[in-house]
Design a protein around this ligand. Structure first.
Ligand code: SAM
Length: 227
C-alpha cells in the first residue's frame, strides 16, 4: 500500500494521535462558524449555478462531505445528495448532523482512498459534483487527476463540477510538500496552468476560475462541464 495513501486514510479516520481530523465537525468549529462556513460555501456554489444558468440539478454529490456543513443546505436544495468520504467517522457524523437538520434524502458512500481508480465504480448519473476543503488534502497531482477522471465518468453528459482548491503561491519553485502527516493541510496546491491541464486531461471544459473575498484568500474555485 502506498504510504501517503495509508497516512491520509488513517489521519481522516482519527487514527493518528495528536492530529484532530474533525476540524470541520460542528463540535470542532463551533456551531456559529460551522453554519457560517456552510452558508458561504453554498453562496459561492449558487453564484456559479446562477451565472452559468445551470438547471435541472437533481442528484448532487459532495466529495469529502466531512461533518456536513454543506450537506445541511444541499440536501434541502436538491433532490438527492451523495456524501462521499474516505473516513467512516466523518460519514457517521455527517448522518448524525443530517438527522438534526431533518434531512433524509442522502446516501453515504465510503470510498476506499487507497484506490482512486475505483472511485467512480459505485455511482452514476450525477448531475453536479461539489467539493470544498478537500483537494488540498490529496496526496499528489497524480491522485487528483484520477479523482477528476472518475468524476467525469460519474456525471451525466454536460454535468458539472465545482471545486475549491488552494492556489500554489510559488509556481516556479519545486514542490516541497512530500510528507503527508506533516503537510496534509496544504499537501496539494495548484497553479492556474495545473488546474487547467487537469481539467483538460479529465475531459472537462473550463467554465470559470474565481477567487472570492470571503474565507481564506489562498482558496480558488473552478467550475467545469463534462465534455
Ligand atoms: C477539511 S474536511 C472538509 C469537509 C467539508 N467538505 C467542508 O467543507 O466542511 C476534508 C474532508 O475530506 C475527506 N477526505 C480527505 N481525503 C479524501 C480523499 N482522498 N477522498 C475523499 N475524501 C477525502 C476527509 O475525510 C474530510 O471529511
Amino acid at each position: 500500500m502506498n504510504k501517503e495513501y495509508k497516512d491520509m486514510i488513517n489521519l481522516w479516520s482519527g487514527k493518528i494521535k495528536d492530529i484532530k481530523p474533525h476540524a470541520h465537525w460542528k463540535e470542532g468549529l463551533g456551531e456559529e462558524y460551522f453554519n457560517y462556513l456552510g452558508d458561504v460555501q453554498f453562496q459561492h456554489l449558487k453564484y456559479f449555478i446562477e451565472k452559468h444558468n445551470i438547471h435541472n440539478i437533481f442528484n448532487i454529490m459532495e466529495y469529502g462531505s466531512g461533518g456536513g456543513c454543506n450537506g445541511r443546505l444541499l440536501c434541502k436544495e436538491f433532490n438527492h445528495f451523495f456524501a462521499v468520504d474516505i473516513s467512516e467517522p466523518n460519514l457517521k457524523e455527517f448522518a448524525k448532523q443530517m438527522k438534526l437538520f431533518y434531512n433524509d434524502n442522502f446516501t453515504l458512500i465510503h470510498y476506499d482512498g487507497n484506490n482512486p481508480d475505483t472511485l467512480g465504480d459505485q455511482i452514476r448519473n450525477i448531475d453536479f459534483i461539489f467539493s470544498t476543503a478537500v483537494f488540498q488534502h490529496l496526496p499528489s497531482l497524480d491522485y487528483s487527476l484520477k479523482v477528476l477522471k472518475n468524476f467525469n465518468r460519474m456525471l451525466i453528459n454536460n454535468g458539472h463540477i465545482c471545486i475549491q482548491y488552494r492556489e500554489n503561491p510559488y509556481p516556479d519553485k519545486p514542490r516541497k510538500n512530500t510528507e503527508y502527516l506533516k503537510n496534509y493541510i496544504r499537501m496539494l496546491t495548484f497553479t492556474d496552468n495545473e488546474i487547467k491541464e487537469q481539467l483538460k486531461q479529465s475531459n472537462f471544459e473550463l467554465l470559470e476560475l474565481k477567487k472570492f473575498n470571503k474565507l481564506s484568500k489562498t482558496y480558488k474555485w473552478v467550475l467545469g462541464r463534462k465534455k
